[in-house]
Design a protein around this ligand. Structure first.
Ligand SMILES: Nc1ncnc2c1ncn2[C@@H]1O[C@H](COP(=O)(O)OP(=O)(O)OP(=O)(O)O)[C@@H](O)[C@H]1O
Ligand SMILES: [Mg+2]
Length: 329
């Protein structure tokens, strides 16, 4: 497949990888904001209506215009500070929609060749749990660090969003790891000795059990494979040893672990997750301003989905913001 690159001003947008760079630096951009940018850039010079954007970006869900505005604000902020030329690349055409005003140059490049190809029998990735709110910076850092660091551990308290982030990352990283992305949930594993066989099963391989790690290493070899080890906290020592051995005997394998505790493995690079961003303490709370906070957006989505007719408005916005603060994001 050809990879499309679009250049405008100091920016480079890579469609296949869904990444936006400014002067070679990866920018943190949420998935929906990227979709919006992609549509506007493709139709540069035209006015794209709010309805068209909403239908294209959120095809199967009912989404309020507010949601589009929140993502548009985030997108413009990434392009540049308010009033700057790059921020103004997206013009608001009152009553009609948005228009991308910068000149766009298109380029098509061949993707880098994959390793030896996918191994047959790989278990498909689990579906992401739903929309991911915030976490653009963590996802961008992860994508930027994993190829060189090779072993990244996402750490944080229970329920903070480690699995959510790693599932979203697995999806984004499919292009960087063309030989396969494998997700292994270690939560159900009671015996630390079973870590390697859980990975072998996810790789769809039947191995003899005596030298499992070397057999795995021989199959992976120089393939560009990403192994995600989710919920490692109860088997950290076994995972650390397994990761060290496997990384030493392969060349392009990447491993992302999620764990409430560090693995303390050699070469481990740690990405600590902080709580979701909260609304500002002194902001004057309208529903619109509070929705800038990912913690509030998650609350509103879950409360609406729970039924009972919850409607987020200016009256309950300060209370919701307070609950989010008390729950620490
Ligand atoms: N950024 C987010 N956007 C949407 N939902 C989120 C986000 N972060 C967390 N959640 C939701 O919060 C719940 C807990 O998140 P998750 O399972 O990712 O946490 P965790 O850190 O992996 O927890 P544990 O340590 O128990 O494995 C899930 O229902 C998840 O969907
Ligand atoms: Mg988890």
């Amino acid at each position: 497949m050809d990879w499309q690159i679009c250049r405008f001003g100091p920016f480079e947008m890579r469609r296949e990888q869904r990444r936006l760079y400014r002067d070679g630096k990866l920018l943190p951009l949420g998935s929906r904001a990227f979709d919006i940018l992609q549509i506007l850039v493709t139709r540069a010079g035209e006015v794209v209506s709010h309805e068209e954007l909403i239908a294209a970006v959120w095809p199967n869900t009912f989404v309020a215009e507010n949601n589009l505005r929140v993502n548009m604000t985030a997108l413009r902020k990434v392009l540049g500070p308010e009033g700057s030329a790059t921020n103004g690349m997206i013009a608001n055409v009152p009553g009609r929609g948005y228009s991308f005003t910068a000149t766009v140059a298109h380029q098509t490049i061949e993707p880098a060749p994959a390793g030896r190809g996918q191994i047959g029998g790989l278990r498909p990735l689990p579906k992401p749990l739903g929309a991911v709110f915030g976490r653009e910076a963590a996802l961008a850092t992860l994508a930027g660090q994993i190829p060189a660091r090779r072993l990244v551990t996402i750490t944080g308290a229970g329920g903070i969003g480690k699995t959510t982030v790693v599932l979203a990352a697995s999806d984004h990283l499919k292009h960087a790891y063309p030989d396969g992305v494998i997700f292994v949930d270690l939560a159900p594993i009671g015996d630390p000795r079973l870590v390697a066989s859980a990975v072998a099963t996810a790789l769809g391989q039947a191995f003899r059990n005596e030298s499992l790690v070397s057999e795995l290493a021989a199959v992976i070899a120089d393939r560009r494979i990403l192994i995600v080890l989710d919920s490692c906290e109860h088997v950290v020592d076994a995972v650390a040893l397994f990761a060290e051995q496997l990384l030493q005997s392969t060349s392009r394998l990447g491993i992302i672990a999620t764990s409430r505790e560090l693995l303390r493995a050699e070469g481990e690079w740690v990405l600590p997750l902080s709580p979701l961003e909260l609304p500002e303490e002194d902001a004057d709370f309208t529903a619109k301003s509070a929705l800038v906070s990912p913690a509030v957006r998650l609350f509103v989505e879950r409360a609406s989905a729970a039924g009972g007719g919850f409607v987020f408005d200016d009256t309950n916005a300060p209370y919701v913001a307070n609950i989010c603060r008390q729950l620490d994001g």
